[in-house]
Design a protein around this ligand. Sequence first.
Ligand code: GTP
Ligand code: MG
Length: 299
Amino acid sequence: MQTDEKVKSGIVALVGPPNVGKSTLLNRLLGQKISIVSPKPQTTRNRILGIVNGPDHQVVLLDTPGIHEARSPLNQEMVRIALDTLAEVDAILFMTDVTLPPPSPARNPARFLEGRTQPVFLIVNKIDLVAREKLLPILAAYQALYPFQAIIPISARTADGTDLLLKEIISLLPEGPRLYPEDIPTDASERFIVAEIIREKIFLQTRQEIPYSTAVVIDRFHDDGHLVTIDSTIIVEQPSQKGIVIGHKGSMLEKIGTTARIDIQQLLDRRVLLKLFVKVEKDWTKNPRLLRELGFQGK
Ligand SMILES: Nc1nc2c(ncn2[C@@H]2O[C@H](COP(=O)(O)OP(=O)(O)OP(=O)(O)O)[C@@H](O)[C@H]2O)c(=O)[nH]1
Ligand SMILES: [Mg+2]
């Protein structure tokens, strides 16, 4: 890495309630899909790092799990990951979206920002879903909650406002060396992203508690340069869930596998042979040992 080059560089956290579009914005600013996205809340479970490079800047973005009133040990762990991220960043993007009920001092979704010393931008996402005149009162309701550095309405889906947002972020960052090499978009391993892609397809294809009861592990990842052979296990919490994930004559597992394989081939730019298995780990979302084994620290 070149060390004497000085650019605007820094680390920026993307935090906020579940489902507001944090991961969609990360992918939008990166120009490629690193973080999985679904219409269901609590899709992201880990901190996902994305590196936005330009001739005069490097913005290291940290996508995080949605902050919510968490009950299960897995969800508490996800919220902890999001809040811990705030300690190590130069700026914070607090994201909400126009479909959420407007906040009030009694129901302040930004209360975890109290006492933070870094600049906080308020990002109001999904403006493609409201008429312009409805937007102003929403922005005003949030403005009263916290001394935000700036309030930036955007649509991560249509890219409305996202260039301006990036400029605003860059203008606040200190001058210094790039923190990461210029040619990598993330620090996540291919194995991790592959597991996430499979998890995304489970979120998109299954219903009710199933997405929240599943985890994905990669058992084998073998790349011979032409073909990547991947064996992966979908872990469920209850024996009854195993049948649902497999589906009638294997139809659900096949749907998950087929849609995941298309995305994985695109990511790896090679042919992929993907084999999926399903296994029960009783109550893994509540079991500290199993949570640890699955990459969560546990309590
Ligand atoms: N209409 C509209 N939908 C959006 C926009 N941005 C994201 N979405 C949708 O909102 C849903 C949630 O998006 P995500 O990016 O997964 O949200 P998130 O904040 O990362 O959610 P968690 O990881 O669960 O906290 C998906 O269905 C997205 O397609 C937007 O600008 N406009
Ligand atoms: Mg997300």
